[in-house]
Design a binder for this molecule. Structure first.
Ligand code: ADP
Length: 492
């Protein structure tokens, strides 16, 4: 018999992927399919749950041809995205409402005005925002004919994407989620680790809809024999950003990971004590293992790599994202040009949904190179804003930043982040940190890894960037950024 392998399912916003990892942590096979996003109205974002499942199934089947000895499956997924289905037929009653969807913004504002946010934050670590699942569930119950009656009668099931995939993988036998995904619903009390009756009452959501909440590593069930010809244990589930934290082996308090893709998500491990953010960040569950919860403080930058995409597609400054580096470094500095990429408003720690992107400081000397440089520099300024808030909340001063994501291919950005944060930036050997995190957890389930120490030992730095800018230059650059972003902080 060949060595045991692990199957990681990484169901993201834009694609559904499956990867086989060897017991040494190497990728043996990978397959993925792009997922369709639907925008039926302004601010609405939906996906077809059946397509999402079928694509995932196809990717799994295709990588399983390369391994007949999968010891355990780990699932990681886009978080908050909301699906409700009929327990009897397994059919979704509406499309998946994606995390980006803003249709419940007015309702969230009403609850905020009514003074409910403080109570919600102390229980969930979150803010009252359409981003999270609760108001999306409520929208489906209130807008799909017959949904509320069926929900009251216990005939419907709610799940984030992890639960939906698990339900289908087990052919309807298991309705469960994990603590990290539950923590993003606005219904789960992350202090008591229970679905919270008061929150269910506030959002008017019947408890019978909800999945059971397990540790990240647990016996989630077995794949139905009809799918892959045999039953394979499903041993781990975890939200995507938490999976990346695990893939980056940030297991000690004060360790930070930052993932730079379309947006940027940074998490700092704060250990076993819940702490509410006072700086516009979120508190969330980093992982729950053997019944023990580790918390993280999380901040998200809405536009990171998307600023580079816009320079490419909107302005046509270059043909592919990688060319941004040569263009930016063709000039010695930004020449006073700042680019605040608030295309979808400002996220943490500023939270102004009404802000819009600006390019400032333009003169007749400004060129495409300066604007591109400003967009790349903005990645670091935004991270510094986030890190300052994280440090204030967590009382930790991280030694290094472990970074990943598509943008980290750009060495100028890596160095500039190190210079602005005045901390080394480390890029790991294996960049597939999200899938890797799910595989590691599945490996814990299968006994391939004995514990988190072994996962830490398997993490290797591939590139390291030391801060090297003198502090007066750095401070002057950051002061310029603060001036550039100031008008956006309270813009209506
Ligand atoms: P996601 O997972 O959000 O789809 P990725 O991690 O694949 O994102 O990163 C893609 C993003 O990174 C894109 O927005 C792209 O513009 C940006 N990007 C990729 N390579 C580079 C590069 N060399 N320089 C600057 N930006 C880049």
């Amino acid at each position: 018999m060949s060595d045991p392998t692990l199957l990681a399912i990484d169901q993201g916003t834009t694609s559904s992927r499956a990867m086989i990892f060897s017991n040494q942590g190497n990728v043996l096979a990978a397959q993925q399919k792009e997922l369709t996003l639907y925008y039926p109205h302004k601010g609405w974002v939906e996906q077809d749950p059946t397509e999402l499942w079928q694509d995932t199934l196809w990717a799994c089947k295709s990588v399983l041809q390369h391994s007949n000895n999968v010891a355990s499956i780990g699932i990681t997924n886009q978080r908050e995205t909301t699906i409700i289905w009929d327990r009897a037929t397994g059919e979704p009653i509406y499309n998946a409402i994606v995390w980006q969807d803003r249709r419940t913004a007015d309702f969230c504002q009403q609850l905020k005005t009514a003074g409910h946010e403080a109570m919600i934050s102390t229980r969930t670590g979150l803010l009252l925002d359409p981003y999270f699942s609760a108001t999306k569930i409520l929208w489906i119950l209130d807008n799909i004919k017959g949904a509320r009656q069926k929900a009251e009668a216990g005939e419907l099931a709610f799940g984030t994407v992890d639960s939906w995939l698990l339900w289908n993988l087990t052919n309807g036998a298991v309705h469960a989620t994990d603590a990290t995904n539950a923590a993003r619903t606005l219904l789960f009390n992350i202090v008591t680790q229970c679905w919270d009756d008061e929150l269910l009452k506030l959002f008017d959501i019947p408890r019978s809809l909800l999945p059971q909440v397990n540790d990240n590593v647990s016996d989630f069930g077995y794949t139905s024999k009809s799918l892959f010809g045999k039953e394979i244990p499903i041993g781990a589930m975890v939200g995507d950003q938490q999976a990346a934290l695990i893939g980056q082996a940030c297991f000690n308090q004060g360790m930070v990971k930052a993932t730079y893709g379309t947006g940027c998500f940074a998490l700092i491990n704060i250990g076993g004590q819940f702490r509410e953010s006072k700086s516009g960040m979120l508190t969330t569950i980093a992982y729950r293992l053997n019944g023990e919860t580790t918390y993280a403080i999380e901040g998200s930058i809405f536009s990171a790599g998307s600023a580079i995409q816009w320079l490419r597609d909107g302005l046509g400054l270059f043909a592919n994202a990688a060319q941004s580096e040569a263009l930016a470094t063709s000039v010695p500095d930004n020449n006073g040009v700042y680019f605040v990429p608030a295309f979808s408003g400002l996220g943490a720690p500023h939270w102004n949904p009404h802000a819009r992107a600006t390019i400032s400081g333009l003169t007749r000397e400004s060129t495409a190179a300066h604007i591109t440089r400003a967009a790349l520099e903005a990645q670091a300024y935004q991270t510094l804003d986030l890190l300052a808030a994280m440090q204030a909340d967590s009382q930790h001063n991280p030694e290094v930043i472990r970074a990943d994501g598509g943008l980290m291919a750009n060495e100028f950005v890596c160095q500039f982040v190190a210079d602005m944060l005045e901390k080394p930036v480390e890029i790991p050997q294996h960049t597939e940190t999200t899938a890797k995190g799910a595989a590691y957890l599945a490996g814990l389930h299968a006994g391939i890894y004995s514990g988190l120490n072994e996962i830490s030992d398997a993490w290797h730095c591939h590139r390291r960037y030391e801060p090297s800018m003198n502090s007066s230059t750095r401070n002057a650059l950051y002061d310029g950024w603060k001036e550039a972003i100031a008008p956006l902080l309270n813009s209506p």
